[in-house]
Design a protein around this ligand. Structure first.
Ligand SMILES: Cc1cc2nc3c(=O)[nH]c(=O)nc-3n(C[C@H](O)[C@H](O)[C@H](O)COP(=O)(O)O)c2cc1C
Ligand SMILES: Nc1ncnc2c1ncn2[C@@H]1O[C@H](COP(=O)(O)OP(=O)(O)O)[C@@H](O)[C@H]1O
Length: 317
């Protein structure tokens, strides 16, 4: 996939099929839209092009109220590329963009600069200053210019449209299964490994403590997870919350990687959440905590083996 970081980098384009959106999470609703985008582009013999804004306009408009995203930029680009998108413009959101009317955005960017031959959007698409433009305006402007406009119906989950905000809410409410179903894959995040209290190794479970996490984090608790590391997938036991057994209430994001030894300080570690196991509790003794951690780890192993077997059979089907 070709990635443009500025509009001016796009020089050679003789036409394309465009989809504009934030694509946070690249969830199942996005996947359907991207399928239509890629098929339409193929039929017309031009590249498919996603326009996404970075940072999210909501972040520039009201940084305190903007929700943390489901995906960080590199991950989003990887997922868009896996979906078959030929090119993505990561539009560096600025004041000038935020001031553009829907008509200006359509004419100056989609028509003049990108030479859109067709546009693919969801029914709730909004664009331009104050999100003033909607699908009926887009259709009208497209028809005047002879541009095809495809409106893709939403993918439903439990009879409601799949959306990034719904997935965020499920993660915060501890409904990990619903979030996974709507994403179409496990929720993944990333963080930088920093030093913790230096206690994990003594307990027999060294945990990589993650900082600078660019995404939302699910509800507190103990989870079974997967860590892609050095070309392998490792089962992982995740602790998200405090260490009440040690009178520490500060929220930490810790990962014990099964079957792994090595120094990870300073590394970026990606972590997938597979299953919620239990709440964090205060144990009366360190031995009681260790016994519980042993139990958690054996559950993690079983869940991992089931997950890998399922992934293999899905792949074979
Ligand atoms: C699988 C797992 C389960 C855990 N469960 C609890 C718990 O229920 N209560 C608690 O106080 N700490 C729990 N912890 C966190 C440990 O207290 C923490 O990993 C330990 O204190 C090491 O901290 P450090 O990495 O900062 O050295 C758990 C950690 C893991 C990996
Ligand atoms: N299996 C493992 N899972 C996670 N971290 C590990 C593992 N093996 C070694 N490590 C290393 O040990 C560190 C964690 O040890 P720990 O005693 O918990 O110290 P800290 O409190 O600084 O996290 C990790 O940051 C990583 O560098």
């Amino acid at each position: 996939m070709i990635i443009y970081r500025e509009l001016d980098e796009i020089q050679d384009l003789k036409g394309c099929v465009v989809s504009v959106g934030n694509f946070d999470g690249v969830h199942r609703g996005h996947a359907r839209l991207l399928d239509v985008l890629c098929q339409t582009a193929q039929k017309l013999g031009v590249p498919s092009l996603v326009v996404t804004f970075h940072p999210h306009p909501a972040f520039l408009l009201s940084p305190d109220r903007a929700p943390p995203p489901l995906t960080w930029l590199d991950r989003k680009l990887t997922l868009l590329s896996h979906a078959g998108v030929d090119r993505t413009l990561v539009y560096p959101t600025n004041q000038q963009l935020l001031e553009m009317s829907p008509e200006q955005f359509f004419q100056e960017i989609l028509v003049t600069r990108l030479k859109a031959r067709a546009i693919v959007e969801g029914a709730d698409f909004r664009f331009g200053k104050d999100r003033a433009g909607d699908i009926s305006l887009l259709k009208l402007m497209c028809s005047r210019q002879g541009i095809d406009c495809h409106v893709v119906p939403p993918v439903l989950f439990n009879e409601e449209p799949v959306s990034s905000s719904r997935i965020r809410q499920c993660l915060l409410d501890g409904k990990l299964r619903d979030a996974t179903a709507m994403l179409g894959r496990p929720f993944r995040t990333v963080g930088r490994v920093v030093r913790g209290a230096g206690r994990g190794s003594h307990l027999g479970f060294p945990t990589a403590n993650l900082n600078d996490v660019p995404t939302l984090l699910p509800r507190e608790g103990i989870y079974a997870g997967i860590v892609p590391l050095q070309g392998r997938l490792y089962p992982a036991a995740i602790s998200l919350g405090g260490n009440p057994t040690f009178e520490e209430c500060q929220r930490k994001f810790e990962v014990y990687i099964l079957d792994f030894t090595g120094n990870l300080y300073g590394h970026l570690l990606e972590v997938e959440f597979i299953e919620y196991l239990r709440e964090i509790r205060r144990y009366e003794s360190v031995d009681a905590l260790i016994a519980q951690m042993n139990d958690d780890v054996s559950q993690v192993r079983t869940i991992f083996e089931r997950y890998v077997a399922q992934a293999k059979s899905d792949h074979a089907a």
